[in-house]
Design a protein around this ligand. Structure first.
Ligand SMILES: Cc1cc2nc3c(=O)[nH]c(=O)nc-3n(C[C@H](O)[C@H](O)[C@H](O)COP(=O)(O)OP(=O)(O)OC[C@H]3O[C@@H](n4cnc5c(N)ncnc54)[C@H](O)[C@@H]3O)c2cc1C
Length: 393
């Protein structure tokens, strides 16, 4: 494995660090105190575009950054994404998810979309004229971990499909140009009935956007919405003629994004550990061997988590299967990060419990990392089935 960080990536990481200190962390704290997401018109987003962020990984034609041969030296696109994600989340994971760009909607378009669909949905993110977002909506009020239980229906109607149903917790949905919506042709078919559609913003029947209440990560919106007789052009069905259609496309997406979510958990955990360690130093508690032991153990677990994320991403860059490694990274990192936040809360005691210290916000932010993109239990099911030679459910 090669985890070399070349000069170019080092500069990008330094740039995120500076942006994190001056903009990302203060904006995250402000959104948390206000209890609402950063406004899509906030000048911060235009600033990000100026810095070359908020763009697609698609390079045009059939090519995405992932399909370029991995570099002999230096990090490939997945490892680069993991490294940058960790650094952004260190400063504020909520703000990081609010960054413009196609977001979680991008992997299914890349893995299942035709060249024409990539052109239609991703080209605008190559040199965006303004901050633009994409979104991904699988979850429903009655279907979270058990994605086979989605009830949003899709029925062909001439050269359109009619979508009906409800979606919840979709990141950046109300500000998105388009949302990748998962629906079913027949709920009795389970995952076999799944289809993914790119539903564009002003499509009649798409509406009732409502920003959900969350305990943490308040800087970005998690949004519920409805589809009522929503007529989507058949040309927006992803993977219509591909082998990777439907649920297989979703799995492909998760293998790309789970190491990134793991890395974001590591970022939050590192921030919590820094708060805990600096409090220990300043308060004199670092003289206590039990405190030092807990700090050391937590740091070691975060390092292990980071290596799992890097390995899963490195495999993706080599275009090798990484399902088990991606799940391991996703299963382990949020637990290590939660441990760091708990340690911080315990060490800071009443300073943390007052509710105005960063550690308390990190404690609220970190829990979602175990939930999104498949909970810890679900990752362990994936890993364990493979261990005894069972196919993925
Ligand atoms: C902050 C946040 C952002 C999100 N962003 C998005 C998004 O952008 N797009 C999107 O589509 N969704 C999003 N989600 C939804 C997320 O994917 C779901 O919350 C997640 O899949 C879990 O579903 P659930 O909450 O319905 O819990 P459930 O599936 O009801 O699970 C409840 C508990 O039961 C456990 N459990 C469930 N099944 C099993 C099993 N077979 N064996 C053992 N234990 C089990 C789970 O691990 C969990 O602890 C987001 C959620 C959050 C909190």
């Amino acid at each position: 494995m090669n985890f070399t960080i070349d000069d170019d990536l080092r500069k990008r990481l330094d740039g995120i660090r500076e942006l994190g200190r001056t903009q990302i962390r203060p904006l995250g704290l402000e959104a948390d105190r206000a209890g609402k997401p950063v406004d899509p018109g906030h000048p911060f987003y235009a600033l990000l575009l100026g810095l070359g962020l908020g763009r697609t990984r698609w390079l045009g034609g059939e090519e995405s950054a992932e399909q370029k041969p991995a570099k002999k030296h230096g990090a490939g696109p997945s490892l680069t994404g993991v490294l940058l994600s960790e650094e952004m989340a260190y400063w504020d994971r909520g703000v990081a998810v609010s960054f413009p760009g196609p977001g979680l909607g991008e992997p299914p378009v890349l893995s299942m979309g035709t060249p024409e669909q990539k052109e239609r949905f991703l080209a605008r993110f190559r040199e965006p004229d303004r901050p633009r977002w994409g979104s991904f909506a699988m979850t429903e009020p009655g279907a979270g971990s058990d994605v086979a239980a989605i009830r949003t229906s899709c029925k062909p109607d001439g050269d359109h499909w009619i979508l009906d149903g409800e979606k919840s917790f979709a990141a950046n949905a109300s500000r998105a140009d388009w949302i990748v919506v998962w629906a079913t042709t027949d709920s009795s078919l389970g995952r076999g009935g799944h289809r993914a559609f790119v539903v564009e913003r002003d499509t009649p029947g798409l509406g009732d956007f409502k920003i959900e209440k969350k305990m943490g990560l308040k800087a970005y919106e998690s949004t519920s919405f409805t589809l009522r007789g929503c007529r989507v052009p058949a040309a927006n069905l992803l993977g219509a003629d591909a082998k990777r259609a439907g649920f297989k496309g979703a799995l492909q997406s998760f293998n790309a994004t789970r190491p990134m979510i793991g890395a974001m958990a590591v970022g939050i955990g590192r921030a919590a550990l820094d708060e805990a360690a600096s409090f220990a130093r300043e308060s004199g508690r670092g003289g206590d061997v039990r405190v030092r032991d807990r700090l050391e153990r937590t740091r070691r677990k975060l390092r292990v988590a980071r290596l799992l994320c890097w390995r899963a991403a490195w495999l993706a860059d080599q275009q090798q299967p990484n399902m088990v490694e991606a799940s391991m990274a996703k299963a382990h990192a949020p637990v290590a990060a939660l441990e760091a936040a708990v340690l911080g809360m315990e060490l800071l005691g009443e300073v943390g419990a007052r509710g105005d210290h960063l550690i308390e916000k990190l404690f609220r932010d970190v829990k979602a990392m175990d939930i999104v993109e498949g909970t810890g239990q679900i990752q362990r099911i994936v890993i364990a089935r493979r261990l005894v030679g069972l196919p993925r459910e």
